[in-house]
Design a protein around this ligand. Sequence first.
Ligand code: NAI
Length: 329
Amino acid sequence: MKILFYGAKDYDRLYFDPAIREAGFDCRVKYLQANLDRTTASLASGYEAVCLFVNADCSRPVLEVLARHGVRLLLLRCAGFNHVDLEAARSLGLTVLRVPGYSPEAVAEFAMALALTCVRRLHKAYIKVRNNNFSLDGLLGRNLSGSTAGIIGTGKIGVAMARICRGFGMDVIAYDSYPNPTLDGLVTYCPLEEVLRRSDLISLHCPLTPQTHHMINRETIALMKDTAILINTSRGPLIHTEALLEALRQHKFSAVGLDVYENEECQVFEDCSDEVLENEQVPQLLAFPNVIVTSHQAFFTHTALETIARITIENARAFALGHKLKNQV
Ligand code: NAI
């Protein structure tokens, strides 16, 4: 099988080359730095499969070009698939495979790291001490122990986060449109409004769908405690950023940690330090001392990258050999 990698970084090669060697499967790959979009789709001519990350353009017009050039398989080297027009893929005969749950702990641990960093103002403390400023002004935090965590979406990552929160001595309540009865004893399910109203730490772990788009908006923010900590490691558009900015201006939230944000596509994973940013909301968010933003790095651990590479190649192999496809979307 010939696979063209779009948006490939050095770390992709580092983990995929050994995964391909170890799989013992006849597959030739080419790593392209350019990401998939209308202008690069035709480069896949002659490749049966393309390997894509979360920021690839998988809209119908792009998929049409891929299909026209003979591509039959989209190998997503990620868990989320909200960026893929699945209806278009189906109608064009493109199979879509992903890597679910490659390391829920990687993301959950990062969600807790974000929460602790922003609520204990570690991002400010780090810079202050480097500048020989040893005062504690502006660094007052809040305990998590004894407070209530609200988990929205109790899938693989939500459960890992719930376990971490329990380890911190928190009560854990949760909302999921499909509650999982086996989590009895770990989380207490409540209606969404109650989770928002009661939680001190709200962590988002549901996928981006038409139902969850802007689920955190002016109305739902109004339900939250003024001192709530809001963490998003799921997908940016779960939060209506304008509503969040408005609330922050009114001194709502103890802390906000965002690993994902709306319209991140134009800059995510790129070094734009010498450019004028298209996304004007990031600098606005960073103007608040209680907000930190990271660039979609929650997944980025050794364990996760190793698993992503291994499962992606297993997916390719299963497709090539006509085996049952367990990770099809
Ligand atoms: P999962 O599929 O195991 O769990 C998602 C949960 O959300 C399910 O329990 C589902 O019932 C629930 N859900 C669906 N619609 C809902 C709604 N309307 N309201 C409340 N709950 C709803 O997914 P997993 O692996 O836990 O991942 C969650 C999300 O995390 C992914 O969809 C992806 O967007 C994001 N992610 C972010 C990463 C990062 O690096 N920042 C890395 C990996 C995933």
